[in-house]
Design a protein around this ligand. Structure first.
Ligand SMILES: Cc1cc2nc3c(=O)[nH]c(=O)nc-3n(C[C@H](O)[C@H](O)[C@H](O)COP(=O)(O)OP(=O)(O)OC[C@H]3O[C@@H](n4cnc5c(N)ncnc54)[C@H](O)[C@@H]3O)c2cc1C
Length: 425
């Protein structure tokens, strides 16, 4: 059933997908409120020093580019579509200006964390699977840093809160390693600016890196570079599985990879894993069974199982073990999450068809996959993929385009196509 403008759409999270979804909705004349716990694109700011592997044209929409070009004549020069930006450049040159643009500025409320979402007057078990649940407003409880709370009401609710808030556990089997809960505050779960602002923390230190994905690879490459500049910098890299049969290390490569920066990262990290560099030791088939942080010495004792079993000491621990979706937020809504990925079930089932490991090879789903048992509730962006780490920003932009064909019940609506320059249509 169509929800027509000027109905109220509430969007949780002002990352790239929340901002782009809000822009699309505002352009169609909806009343939009977007709530962000920190600053716009807060998650991306946390790894601002890292260069992205997909070009700006893939990470931005024709609508967003056009809105900015129309508004800021002199002072803002949009990046070229083939430019590979750092996370911070992407924020400074696109996402922050978008957040401040005329269409979004009044809709955006920063510093408000969404705590829980429900339907006014209905419990989760009322009207099971009934369309008439949509007659009750969505209610979202929001809290600011001073503990003040407010309630938002809306006709449509879109969760774009991403994944970065909740790192996974480092223990084998996805459970906490023994002692991890106490040590967690001292473990780094992201991409610190190893060659810049956080150099002193890692220079001359022994660091343990845990994980086999692109974030771990990025940290390994930075630590290897640091080791060449700062004496006694030593890195141990553990990965859960044995090395892949088709490469010298844990990172998968794809034939004729169109994302050449991604391929270069995989090649470099795999070379370090193959021990061509003395500063990085790669220990495959190793997992953490216990971890203890000693505040007095500012060091960790880490007990490993597998090929290098025993207790080892490190100054720093970086865990790139993936992130967990916050399903708690939607607990009072009629949501059906996948038992394997914790993504919304229909989309998750489709995504599980892609076993290639290549995020560019996602099956293209139709708009129907975005529909949940809870009417008018949608999950977009990285969180919609749950624990499946293959989400790309371009997938999120596709989701936005598809979503508004459902919300407005207009099968052929495509603002992105409409705003493409004539020579690209
Ligand atoms: C080093 C690195 C490089 C990457 N490079 C690329 C690349 O080249 N190409 C690509 O396509 N992808 C890349 N990615 C992935 C990409 O950054 C993410 O997929 C993307 O940020 C997801 O966007 P999102 O809007 O769904 O979520 P996020 O960017 O995580 O945004 C979610 C927002 O919601 C806010 N939020 C969270 N919880 C709440 C709450 N309860 N209430 C209110 N607000 C909340 C957060 O503060 C955040 O601002 C990279 C990721 C990393 C780590």
């Amino acid at each position: 059933m169509s929800v027509d403008a000027p109905a109220k759409i509430t969007i949780l999270g002002a990352g790239p997908i929340g901002l782009e979804a809000a822009l699309y909705a505002r352009f169609l004349g909806y009343d939009v409120a977007i709530y962000e716990q920190g600053r716009p694109a807060e998650s991306i700011r946390r790894w601002g020093s890292v260069r992205m592997f997909s070009p700006f044209g893939m990470n931005s929409s024709p609508l967003g580019r056009s809105a900015l070009s129309a508004q800021s004549a002199d002072d803002l020069k949009l990046p070229a579509e083939d430019e590979l930006l750092t996370g911070q450049d992407y924020v400074d040159r696109y996402l922050q200006p978008l957040a401040e643009s005329d269409l979004l500025a009044d809709s955006l409320h920063c510093g408000w964390t969404a705590i829980a979402a429900g339907r006014a007057g209905l419990s989760k078990s009322d009207m099971v699977d009934e369309e008439s649940r949509r007659e009750a407003d969505f209610v979202v409880v929001l809290r600011d840093q001073d503990g003040r709370e407010q309630l938002d009401r809306s006709d449509v609710l879109i969760d774009c809160t991403g994944l970065f808030g909740q790192p996974g556990w480092i223990g084998s089997g996805g459970v906490p390693a023994l002692g991890e809960s106490s040590a967690r505050a001292h473990i780094e779960f992201g991409l610190p600016d190893i060659l810049g602002g956080e150099r002193d923390k890692y220079a001359g230190q022994q660091t343990l890196v845990i994980g086999s994905g692109y974030s771990a690879a990025t940290n390994i490459c930075a630590l290897e570079q640091l080791a060449r500049e700062a004496l006694n910098t030593q890195t141990t890299w553990i990965t859960r599985k044995e090395n892949r049969a088709d490469t010298t290390g844990p990172l998968q490569r794809f034939a004729d990879d169109p994302l050449s920066a991604r391929d270069q990262l995989a090649v470099r990290a795999n070379e370090f894993a193959a021990n061509s560099e003395p500063h990085v030791a790669h220990w495959p088939a190793s997992t953490v069974s216990a971890i203890h942080y000693d505040a007095h010495s500012d060091r960790f004792q880490v007990t490993l199982a597998g090929n290098h079993q025993g207790t080892h000491e490190f100054d720093r621990v970086i865990a790139n073990v993936g992130f967990l979706p916050n399903v708690e937020l939607t607990r009072s809504l009629q949501m059906h999450y996948c038992y394997a990925t914790e993504g919304p079930l229909k989309l998750a089932a489709k995504l599980l068809e892609n076993s290639s490991g290549d995020c560019l090879a996602q099956p293209t789903g139709d708009a129907e996959l975005l529909i949940n048992p809870e009417p008018d509730f949608y999950l977009l962006g990285a969180k919609s993929y749950g624990r499946n780490s293959q989400f790309l920003l371009k997938n999120g932009l596709d989701q936005i385009r598809q979503l508004f064909t459902i919300i407005g019940d207009r099968e052929n609506l495509d603002l992105y196509r409409q705003f493409l320059p004539a020579n690209q249509k």
